[in-house]
Design a protein around this ligand. Structure first.
Ligand code: SAH
Length: 243
């Protein structure tokens, strides 16, 4: 069933859709009165609706049932991802949303090859947010995960350390496997911090540990910077019963 995000609660059992989505429903999907659609309030509630009126400017729907969105995980995971080259970040955002990430925060670290200027970052951020929204719609999330503005490495460490479980994925880590760090723990809020193509500098690993993050390994193979966050996220979702 088609699914759309709205920013409103029902009024007298009705919900309205305007703008791009209305146009999509009326023109592209050619939905007519009597057709079914699911509207999600972006805050974790789904409304099963029937279309009563459909024009490209305005679609009005009657709410038939109200349910908690089944697509939202009960573990809140924020991915702190060093900005990679080219369009890899788009791929990461899309897949992380599918896997259940709550928030993605890009950061710049010592070995980031990609260093876009302010203007280009702003343009990219708009695109990343659109990708997050599309992915959330497609996979049945109950809200659209936030893609934050890019922050410097230190700020990313400071934010990441606020989570109950804060993990720093370090390719040179030999002592602590991911399993050892999270196995058997209740995972409520989790931060995952992953480096760029060139990896983390030794000083950065020191700063992350001093900042309260646990340095962990994803095994003996070096994963690409787009593989590592997705593998980590899948493991956390599995371990917390959300996969
Ligand atoms: N160029 C580096 C690898 C960078 S991989 C090298 O050859 O050593 C990019 C990022 O993915 C790393 O900074 C880390 O955050 C994560 N990563 C990849 N493989 C990992 C592993 N085996 N254990 C922990 N983190 C890993």
């Amino acid at each position: 069933m088609p699914r759309f995000f709205i920013q409103a609660k029902p009024e007298a059992g009705m919900l309205s859709i305007e703008g791009e989505d209305a146009c999509h429903i009326a023109r592209v999907l050619r939905m007519k009165p009597g057709d079914s659609v699911t509207l999600c309030d972006s805050a974790g509630m789904d409304y099963g609706c029937v279309v009563e009126e459909a024009s490209p400017e305005l679609v009005r729907c009657r709410v038939l049932e109200e349910t908690v969105s089944a697509g939202e995980p009960d573990t809140e995971v924020t991915l702190y991802m060093a900005l990679p080259k080219a369009d890899k970040f788009e791929f990461i955002v899309q897949k992380a949303v599918e896997l259940g990430v709550s928030r993605v925060v890009p950061f710049l670290s010592a070995r980031c090859v990609s260093r876009p200027d302010e203007k280009s970052l702003r343009r990219k951020a708009g695109r990343w947010r659109k990708i997050a929204e599309e992915a959330a719609k497609q996979c049945g999330r109950g809200r659209v995960p936030e893609v934050a503005d890019a922050v410097p490495f230190r700020e990313a460490v400071a934010q990441a350390s606020q989570a109950k479980t804060a993990l720093f994925f370090y390719e040179c880590e030999r002592e602590t496997p991911l399993r050892g760090a999270i196995g058997g723990r209740r995972l409520t809020t989790v931060s995952l911090m992953v480096g760029p193509e060139g990896g983390f500098a030794l000083e950065e690993a020191g700063q992350a540990q001093a900042g309260g993050l646990t340095s962990v390994s994803l095994g003996k193979r070096i994963l690409r910077c787009e593989t590592a966050p997705l593998a980590a996220l899948a493991v956390v979702m599995y371990e917390s019963g959300n996969l």
